[in-house]
Design a protein around this ligand. Structure first.
Ligand code: MN
Length: 260
């Protein structure tokens, strides 16, 4: 299978980069409206209009944990079809894709919620989701090369390149192969050593606040854990966020302890 196009330096924005949504459609709709999009549902069909001509870019992990994964997918797919959103592949999207394609995967870490919600959806929707998830690139290179969006980040020397190792880094980060006391993979913080000219915007590691280090921005503020859903406006570097309606997922490390 060929890798979906990641080189979109031709797209110059302005962009609204959106952190890990994880099935939190209520918060996503509220955030999109705050950012200047009109979100309109008619029956089961959503139409999202970019009133200010901007484009949303999701950092991945659209699915799992939250209460409305199918609706988050509907919003992302509709925006993509309407040409006002892009999304990179996240580790949860990737595992969900393996599940929806029939693989025998473990449903821990929030996939079970998606599986239960997808049971109410018809085969045509499943087919549409399969096709959409297969179209997600491992990372996106945007705005004349000045901006990289990758779910878990990217090293400077990987920018503009693609292979299995780079794809794995973009989805899972700099993992050591070990797990911590909560069963989560031990990760090195690659951002501390980053010195590239391109800004890297990513998610994956939830923390109560946006982590801005060395021209890298982690915008996963843990909405599904009861934190916030955050967008970074590009090129303005302005943060816009909405609070979670509730903590949708527990049983993992508390958000307050998720500092790095
Ligand atoms: Mn995530």
């Amino acid at each position: 299978m060929s890798t979906p196009t990641f080189d979109r330096r031709d797209l110059t924005g302005p962009f609204d980069l959106i952190g890990d949504v994880h099935g939190c459609a209520d918060e996503l709709e509220e955030l999109l409206v705050l950012l200047g999009y009109d979100v309109e549902w008619a029956g089961g069909v959503v139409r999202v209009t970019a009133l200010q001509g901007r484009m949303a870019v999701f950092v991945g992990d659209l699915v799992d944990r939250g209460p409305r994964t199918p609706d988050v997918l509907r919003i992302a797919m509709a925006m993509t079809e309407q040409g006002n959103a892009l999304c990179v592949d996240g580790n949860h999207d990737n595992k969900f894709a393996r599940w929806i394609n029939g693989a025998n995967v473990k449903t821990a870490h929030g996939l079970q919620a998606s599986v239960d919600q997808m049971a109410a959806e018809d085969p045509a929707f499943h087919a549409r989701v399969r096709k959409y998830l297969a179209s997600l690139p491992p990372y996106l290179w945007l705005d004349d090369g000045k901006l990289v969006v990758a779910h878990a980040g990217l090293k400077e020397e990987m920018i503009g390149q693609m292979n299995g190792k780079i794809r794995s880094f973009a989805l899972y980060g700099d993992t050591t192969g070990e797990t911590d006391g909560f069963g989560n993979p031990v990760r090195r913080n690659w951002a501390l050593a980053y010195s590239g000219d391109a800004a890297i915007v990513y998610g994956h590691v939830a923390a109560p606040e946006v982590q801005a280090v060395n021209n890298t921005w982690c915008i996963d503020t843990g909405c599904c854990f009861g934190g916030r859903l955050t967008a970074l406006r590009w090129p303005e570097h302005e943060l816009v966020s909405v609070p979670a309606r509730q903590a949708w997922f527990t049983g993992s490390r508390p958000l307050a302890e998720r500092t790095r």
